[in-house]
Design a protein around this ligand. Structure first.
Ligand code: PEP
Ligand code: MN
Length: 258
């Protein structure tokens, strides 16, 4: 169960060689989409050098338009595995459907995207594995609905769930979504599961990311997941919210100081 009442101590989730929760912090960086081996290697090198302990990269992309780049698929996962192994970093990537699960053997943590938070069949199937799941909050999901989605995974036997707040839809249009940092305090009160904040998809604008990330850490988040690209203006997806390498390094340094 996700509830704190039944399980008062904070859960510590093991992702590869990294612990998350209970005072263990996950700093996850990488590109929105894996585009090619050079882009991924270059990104991973500076993400690792900054002291981050996990690598992200999308291979199956839930794009708003079916005409947009849909990701490199299995080939992307293979690249991510190769680079993660070389740099000794656990890897996380989004799984969009049940039939993709078998391709994720070398991936250390599944990501369930915001758009799939209530894909209950997918959640149940992930619950039958024992691999950690980073469960993103749906675009318009309440905290209770989000926790119920965690239950769908846990009720099948997989207790390795990490929650991820990535911004919700509000009337505000200046930002891509509204970062709900109050989710940190709410989850800490209601659940023992770790919570990671994704300021990239919340803000949608790279210049706002540092401020939100530092606020999240101060509020007690167990980790951050942040998009970065060696040349954000050339990124195939989410370039406007991807940090430049020097911005990423500067942010990471501040995070570790907190
Ligand atoms: C992503 O992490 O690139 C992504 C698509 O996230 P979300 O599901 O939060 O939109
Ligand atoms: Mn993205």
């Amino acid at each position: 169960r996700a509830s704190k009442q039944l399980h008062p101590e904070a859960s510590v989730i093991q992702v590869g060689n990294v612990k998350v929760g209970g005072g263990n912090f996950a700093m996850i960086g990488g590109p929105c989409s894996i585009e090619n081996s050079m882009q991924l290697e270059e990104t991973a090198e500076y993400v690792k050098a900054s002291g981050s302990n996990m690598l992200r990269g999308g291979a199956f992309k839930p794009r708003t338009s079916p005409y947009s780049f849909q990701g490199m698929g299995k080939q992307g996962l293979d690249l991510l595995h190769k680079v993660g192994k070389k740099l000794d970093m656990p890897i996380v990537s989004e799984v969009m459907s049940i039939d993709q699960i078998e391709l994720f053997g070398d991936v250390d943590m599944f990501q369930v995207g915001a758009r799939n938070m209530q894909n209950f069949d997918l959640l149940k199937e992930l619950g039958k594995t024992n691999k950690p799941v980073l469960l993103k909050r749906g675009l318009s999901a309440t905290i209770q609905e989000w926790l119920m989605s965690a239950e769908y995974i846990m009720s099948e036997g997989n207790e390795n769930v990490i929650l991820c707040e990535r911004g919700i839809r509000t009337f505000e249009t200046y930002t891509r979504n509204t970062a709900d940092l109050s989710a940190i305090a709410a989850i800490k009160k209601l659940s023992h599961l770790p919570i990671v904040i994704d300021p990239s998809h919340a803000a949608g604008k790279r210049d706002m990311i540092e401020s939100l990330a530092l606020a999240a850490v101060a509020a007690g988040a167990d980790g951050l997941i942040i998009e970065t690209h060696p040349h954000p203006e050339e990124a195939i997806s989410d370039g406007e919210q991807s940090l430049y390498p020097d911005q990423y390094a500067a942010l990471t340094e501040k995070v570790w100081k907190l």
